[in-house]
Design a protein around this ligand. Structure first.
Ligand code: DAH
Length: 362
């Protein structure tokens, strides 16, 4: 007879031993409890859940005889569920802990005053220039530009300011090194007239804003760098009436419903030439103590005239066919008048607090 068939006892298989399983569950519990963060918990899970003894026990079930499988499966399943539950509970704790930490670390105090960066402001000269240009662009005029380093010929000669012309000393000019090199920092925007007439054919209606330079020291009423705006029209049949009309329109757009008047004057590039004044927009001539006009009732605007025949000729335009008018005036002056800026240095120094008053943040 053969020896009695010793039935296979799953409890005896090492990994399936209840004590071993209990110890494995306890070890897993302890390892999960000891994990102080999610990283450590992950390592403990690998060791005790994914690859530990309980997992091994589960694999061994497959080798058991069918009769033993159910009971062993129940025990191992319970052990696995216990380890899984312990893991999930600890994971929930650590996630909550991490989230709480993040909330503390990344706390934003919305009541803290923001660090303000000053935005800067557009310069009032620029704004005034744009406003002036807009008046002409609205009438269909075009904007023309020229270089700030200009040839003497454009700045003087072509404008009928010959080498010996006394008017050549009227402007104190910066000469670019070498002094006999024929280059200057333009002393007015009038050379843009020349450049325009040399490159375009009439009818010409242009407005040319820009920087100009003269050897003045900076004080309350002077600055060596300032801005002018130059207006030039060349067409058939233009007369002084058109010139007056254009100036009237522009002055009204800038200073309100005021009248203009002209006085005979002299500029080499215009003939006849005139100075234009406009009625004081503060007192309209009714206040002898007016600080804007000094009580005269009139404010000087700038020079103008009919383009000199010689200037037209220098630019290749037939003065018997075409006539033109031109006028030019200072932007800083317009700004001073319109906005009550009394000291030129405020305009030049570029303090953003000054510019900011003009309400134009960038
Ligand atoms: N260029 C002159 C100046 O700087 C201003 C001027 C006067 C411009 C008469 C003109 C003009 O176009 O016709 O003082």
């Amino acid at each position: 007879m053969s020896a009695p068939n010793n039935p296979y006892d799953p409890v005896r298989v090492a990994a399936l031993d209840p004590a071993t399983l209990d110890a494995a569950v306890a070890a897993a519990d302890a390892a999960f409890a000891a994990a102080q963060d999610l990283e450590a918990l992950k390592a403990a899970r690998l060791a005790h859940l994914d690859r530990g003894q309980v997992a091994q026990a589960r694999r061994e079930i497959g080798a058991l005889p069918p009769a033993a499988k159910a009971e062993a499966g129940k025990r191992v399943g319970a052990a696995l569920a216990a380890v899984q539950a312990a893991y999930s509970a600890r994971e929930a704790e650590l996630v909550a802990h991490r989230d709480a930490q993040i909330l503390v670390q990344e706390r934003v105090d919305v009541s803290v005053p923001a660090a303000r960066r000053p935005l800067g402001a557009r310069h009032p000269v620029e704004l005034t220039m744009e406003r002036l240009v807009d008046v002409f662009v609205a009438m269909g005029w075009e904007v023309a530009e020229g270089p700030e380093v200009e040839s003497e010929w454009m700045n003087f000669d072509a404008l009928n300011l010959g080498v010996d012309h006394p008017a050549r000393q009227m402007q104190d000019t910066f000469f670019v090194d070498p002094p006999d090199g024929g280059l200057v920092l333009r002393a007015h925007t009038s050379p843009v007239q020349i450049r325009t007439m040399l490159t375009r054919t009439p009818p010409i209606y242009v407005v040319a804003p820009g920087k100009v330079f003269r050897t003045d020291d900076l004080d309350a009423t002077h600055t060596p760098v300032f801005h002018q705006i130059e207006c030039l029209a060349v067409d058939k049949g233009l007369t002084m009436a058109h010139l007056r009309g254009s100036i009237d329109h522009f002055v009204r757009a800038m200073f309100g419903d005021v009248r203009t008047r002209v006085r005979a004057s002299y500029f080499p590039f215009t003939e006849p030439s005139m100075e234009t004044d406009f009625q004081c927009f503060v007192c309209r001539g009714g206040d002898e103590a007016c600080r804007m006009c000094g009580g005269s009732g009139w404010i000087e605007l700038g020079g103008s005239g009919m383009v000199n025949r010689k200037v037209l000729q220098a630019c290749g335009i037939d003065p018997d066919v075409y006539t033109g008018f031109a006028f030019g005036f200072g932007i800083e002056r317009a700004l001073q008048l319109r906005n009550g800026v009394s000291d030129m240095r405020d305009i030049v120094e570029g303090d953003v607090r000054f510019s900011g008053q003009f309400g134009m943040a960038v």
